[in-house]
Design a protein around this ligand. Structure first.
Ligand SMILES: Nc1nc2c(ncn2[C@@H]2O[C@H](COP(=O)(O)OP(=O)(O)OP(=O)(O)O)[C@@H](O)[C@H]2O)c(=O)[nH]1
Ligand SMILES: [Mg+2]
Length: 452
């Protein structure tokens, strides 16, 4: 019986992975489209990146990002791989300032099933520029989007390089470690460096097979040229670049894993963006919900403080609370009807029996008082009474927020437990003080208006 893996199986698996990646990117895009306008504004650049990832997947583009310390020969390596002087190389460190890319026509790889797919070589700024943390950052974010990273070094790894490698490995980036400028080393030194890179220090970080040597832009050498007549002369010439070991390694990795690499990368990217969108959305929603709760609490305070009719105090108050609850529902993506909003308010108020009781009793008593003593009693009673009503709305709002946060449910808690928790976590005095300040401002404004 033949137990060796059937290559068709792995092709099928890759196809499944690929489709799964397409789906997860599409889902992340849908998640974005389901956001409110305000959320979409904050998430615009994430969305752009997601769309670029979707396009990249569709085209089957493979991004090979060349990454490493300044002046290790990253740009020179791209020139050598492409076989042309595409980009400037310079002895001066920090030469490449931005991320840019070039199609690698000559590689001879295309993603199975996508004949027009393209391999891109992406150049990045060097890592440890003196004042270049912003440049390092764009390099890191390009590497984070790579399907395959060529990590270029020209010596033993320093701390910056080592930690950058660990970071990439931790995010499961496939890495080829390129020891460039081989022409500057003796055979013995080169061997020593290779043993180091393939040794214990980089176990589980770089596969020993993925450590290769190159010379992208070797220094000029003095050649001795012998003529036919036996005379010799010397000439300074640049040796040919040597990148064939690297090219072969890249092709091996791509042929074995290409499609799966793109799929894995896209799926992880989408998951990451999805998490980020989720987190930002929660933050924005929380801020929006707090604003809404507060503004309704103030409205309720004012309505109660300024309205001398007790029935309207209570009924009007419930209407305000119901509108607040419906508005909160919308923030959490739930459209609830007015009658459902009312029902929710009632159940919250019931659970917090004292809120309703104190509000109704205080409201009734002082509304009568207000009606009897218009002008004299207004400010004295309006302040505490309005603030108490506003405080009630504030608590209702917090409870409703909890309910929506938990997908329109009380989760494992009873409404009573939730409200008890909310009450314990609320600084009642400071809420009342803030509300009284708001009422005070409004009432004094009205009073001046009346005097004119
Ligand atoms: N001797 C030798 N020098 C090289 C080799 N590859 C690149 N260099 C030199 O190293 C210097 C830096 O090369 P670049 O390609 O600009 O390096 P880089 O990593 O792109 O540098 P930044 O963009 O500044 O981060 C240049 O002077 C190159 O000529 C090599 O294989 N051997
Ligand atoms: Mg460069």
């Amino acid at each position: 019986m033949n137990n060796s893996p059937n290559p068709r199986d792995s092709l099928v698996t890759k196809e499944v992975d690929y489709q799964a990646a397409v789906t997860s990117v599409r889902r992340a895009i849908e998640k974005y489209q389901g956001c409110t306008e305000g959320e979409r504004r904050v998430l615009a650049s994430d969305f752009d990146e997601l769309q670029q990832m979707a396009e990249k997947l569709e085209a089957g583009r493979v991004d090979i990002v060349v990454f490493g310390e300044i002046s290790t020969g990253k740009s020179a390596l791209i020139n050598a791989l492409v076989g042309d002087t595409i980009t400037q190389v310079n002895v001066q460190g920090g030469w490449t300032q931005d991320v840019w890319q070039v199609p690698w026509e000559g590689i001879g790889y295309s993603v199975p099933g996508l004949a027009n797919s393209q391999v891109m070589l992406v150049d990045t700024p060097g890592l440890n520029e003196v004042d270049g943390s912003a440049h390092s950052e764009i390099a890191r974010s390009a590497a984070a989007r790579a399907d395959l990273v060529l990590f270029v070094t020209d010596s033993d790894l320093n701390d910056t390089e080592y930690s950058a490698l660990l970071e990439l490995a931790a995010s499961h980036k496939p890495i080829i470690l390129v020891l460039n400028k081989a022409d500057l080393y003796s055979r013995h030194d080169l061997q020593q460096l290779l043993e180091l890179f393939r040794g214990r220090r980089l176990v589980n970080v770089v596969d020993p097979e993925n450590v290769v040597v190159t010379q992208a832009d070797p220094r000029e050498m003095e050649y001795v040229i012998e003529s036919a007549d036996g005379s010799t002369r010397t000439e300074w010439r640049k040796p040919q670049p040597k990148t064939s070991e690297l090219k072969e390694r890249i092709l091996n990795v791509l042929n074995a894993e290409g499609k799966a690499l793109i799929a894995l990368n896209a799926a992880m990217f989408a998951a990451d963006k999805g998490d980020r969108m989720g987190a930002i959305r929660i933050k924005l929603r929380e801020a929006e919900a707090s604003k809404i709760i507060w503004s309704f609490a103030v409205t309720k305070s004012l309505a109660v403080a300024l309205n001398p009719v007790p029935a309207v105090d209570v009924l009007g108050g419930t209407a305000i609370d119901a509108t607040m609850v419906a508005t909160l529902g919308k923030i959490y993506g739930m459209n609830i009807t007015t009658s459902n909003a009312r029902a929710l308010v009632t159940s919250i108020l019931k659970a917090a029996g004292w809120v309703m009781l104190s509000e109704a009793v205080v409201s009734y008593a002082s509304s009568v008082f207000k009606a009897l003593t218009v002008g004299v009693g207004t400010l004295a009673t309006a302040l505490p009474q309005g603030a108490a009503a506003g405080y009630g709305s504030y608590i209702v709002g917090q409870a409703a927020r909890y309910y929506f946060q938990h997908g329109a449910s009380w989760g494992d808690e009873s409404p009573k437990q939730v409200i008890t928790q909310i009450l314990a976590n609320t600084d009642k005095e400071s809420v009342l003080e803030r509300l009284k300040t708001e009422i005070g401002k409004k009432i004094s404004l009205n009073r001046y208006a009346g005097e004119e």
